[in-house]
Ligand binder design. Structure first.
Ligand SMILES: CC(=O)SCCNC(=O)CCNC(=O)[C@H](O)C(C)(C)COP(=O)(O)OP(=O)(O)OC[C@H]1O[C@@H](n2cnc3c(N)ncnc32)[C@H](O)[C@@H]1OP(=O)(O)O
Ligand SMILES: CC(=O)C(=O)O
Length: 523
């Protein structure tokens, strides 16, 4: 089982993704998470780029990392500048990082047209830059930019660049699939040739996802002998992104048998993925392999039936290995097994007759436009209601919403709610930023006297979908609300021809569910 080092570039290449900009604090938080995950290297940023990158290296040097080494990134020296005077090289040295990653040109077309220097001059500047940083005591990784395209165009020159870096003392040569256009067979063959030609020097791989092959290309390179893999959490990066470490790491470990992170560390993978999505302000991609919310979500009746007999029937690995969990979805595609499996997961059991009633109810409601996949809260309430185990938390007498706009464009949304809890009446009015917000505020205000724990709860997402668009004005809307409190997140759903009514149904369920789960319902 050979060791493969994991090199994370979320803080450098990940920052090159459209729409992503980490603050200094974000970068420090992510670096700490990556260290806890146990990656071997954390590329902190392009040292010469801006003050934030500079500050990152200062601050991170004050933090003791347990597992990872910080790398400062930069380019080889400029063609017309001496290495000791080069801004990029000096920024790496000033960063205080003990490892440097420098990107150098391997594609003759880039040397001719971008650097606009002679090919010999490029070989010299690559060698000078590596040698100088080595003399200063740094570990040096040479990122061979466009190596594969360069090799395809002029193999001898691309290899000459690698040899120049290796002879100057580079600790690793990282073959970069910069434009992301290669296929796994090409990456395999070319990496194999390099591993043979430069035997004795560590070879790494860095791929981009423009052909949707970044993960496959990284694995192909490892199969051909690469022993260091660069990538980012969730695959964020320039253009279509970088190779996704959340897929590469478990594939290396569980499918290819390499020594990467320990099993205990790998179980932090899903939480690390969610953390990076959160900090990057990107909605989590639920379909991501291994770490996505849907990665182990089972919907089809036949699948769930088989899974209850043996998990391997529809799962390639056990979800807990990567810190994820299995979910059973209940929908119009369900059989009875979905209902039974979901209940078992929630520690509940019902007889087959009740399961049949639940399934029939779910199918009827889904025909009307409901969807319970993202609405676990509403699903749990539905079960309790069918089993007759549920007392509603309050009785609504009436609500009224008004929205007005004056000649200056100023808007006012107001909600009035009249309800009773155990015979005790409450009548309140609240303003809000919109009708749903006003309704939410009024509902809480009227209930907090009876249920103080509602203060801990808030809405985190609100989605509206038209569910039968063909019915023109009679179309229904489905509202899904996501709510959270101090220790959990839950979804609820409402459907109506009227968006305010649909919101009310979802909102009411979100509050009922909070009280149900806290066992706080007034009898
Ligand atoms: C493949 C990759 O993703 S590598 C990482 C790329 N990341 C980034 O570019 C993000 C950070 N970059 C920056 O902040 C800025 O581009 C800086 C500070 C690095 C440079 O800014 P500027 O000095 O204004 O230069 P600018 O970005 O316009 O152009 C880059 C220069 O570097 C040169 N260059 C490009 N690659 C290399 C290389 N490997 N070695 C030496 N010089 C290089 C280019 O030829 C160009 O020089 P020119 O102005 O003589 O044409
Ligand atoms: C270095 C790098 O990010 C690349 O070549 O894609």
């Amino acid at each position: 089982m050979s060791r493969v080092k994991i090199y994370d570039t979320t803080l450098r290449d990940g920052m090159q993704a459209e729409g992503v900009s980490f603050s200094l604090q974000d970068k420090l938080l992510i670096a700490k998470r990556l260290d806890q995950l146990g990656v071997d290297y954390i590329e902190g940023g392009y040292a010469a780029s801006n003050q934030k990158e500079k500050a990152f290296f200062e601050k991170i040097s004050e933090i003791k990392l347990e597992n990872s080494k910080i790398c400062a990134f930069g380019s080889t020296r400029r063609a017309d500048v001496k290495v000791e005077d080069d801004v990029s090289i000096n920024a790496i040295l000033s960063s205080g990082a003990s490892a440097a990653t420098i990107v150098g040109k391997c594609w003759d077309m880039h040397v001719d047209q971008v650097l606009r220097c002679s090919r010999q001059a490029n070989l010299d500047l690559c060698a000078d830059s590596v040698r100088y940083l080595k003399e200063k005591g740094l570990e040096v990784l040479f990122d061979a930019e466009h190596f594969f395209d360069g090799y395809k165009n002029n193999p001898e020159y691309a290899l000459e660049v690698l040899r120049a870096a290796a002879e100057a003392g580079a600790d690793a040569l990282v073959l970069c699939e910069t434009n992301g256009g290669c296929l796994p067979e090409e990456v395999y063959e070319i990496t194999k040739t390099v591993c043979y030609d430069l035997a004795g020097t560590e070879i790494g791989i860095h791929t981009h996802n423009d052909s949707d092959c970044a993960v496959a290309n990284s694995l192909a390179a490892v199969r051909a002998g690469a022993r260091e893999v660069q990538g980012t959490i969730n695959g964020i990066g320039e253009r279509t992104g970088n190779a996704n470490l959340c897929s590469i790491i478990p594939n290396l470990k569980f499918k290819m048998g390499h020594d990467v992170l320990s099993e205990e560390k790998l179980s932090k993978l899903t939480e690390t993925s969610l953390f990076v999505f959160e900090i990057a302000n990107i909605s989590p991609v639920t379909s991501l392999p291994f770490v996505g919310e849907s990665a182990f979500a089972h919907k089809a009746g036949l699948h769930v039936n088989a899974l209850r007999k043996n998990k391997a029937t529809y799962e390639h690995i056990t979800p807990e290995l990567v810190g994820n969990s299995r979910r059973f979805l209940v929908s119009e595609l369900s059989g009875m097994s979905n209902v039974l499996a979901k209940l078992e997961k929630h520690g509940q059991s019902v007889d087959r007759e009740t399961a049949k009633k639940i399934l029939n109810k779910v199918q009827t409601l889904e025909n009307e436009g409901y969807q319970f996949e993202a609405a676990d809260g509403s699903f749990d309430l539905l079960i309790k209601r069918i089993k007759g185990e549920y007392t509603e938390a309050f009785e609504l007498e009436r609500f009224h919403i008004s929205v007005s706009r004056d000649s200056h464009g100023d808007e006012l949304c107001e909600a009035t709610i009249k309800l009773s809890v155990g015979g005790d009446d409450e009548h309140v009015v609240s303003e809000g930023d919109g009708p749903v917000n006003a309704m939410d505020k009024a509902l809480r205000k009227s209930l907090e006297r009876f249920y103080p724990q509602l203060k801990d709860m808030h809405l985190i997402d609100y989605k509206v979908r038209v569910v039968n668009a063909k019915a023109a004005t009679a179309a229904k809307v489905r509202v899904i609300i996501e709510s959270r409190d101090l220790d959990s997140v839950w979804g609820t759903v409402g459907v109506s021809e009227n968006v305010v009514n649909a919101s009310w149904i979802a909102l009411k369920d979100s509050i009922e569910y909070k009280l149900l789960k806290d066992n706080a319902l007034k009898k």
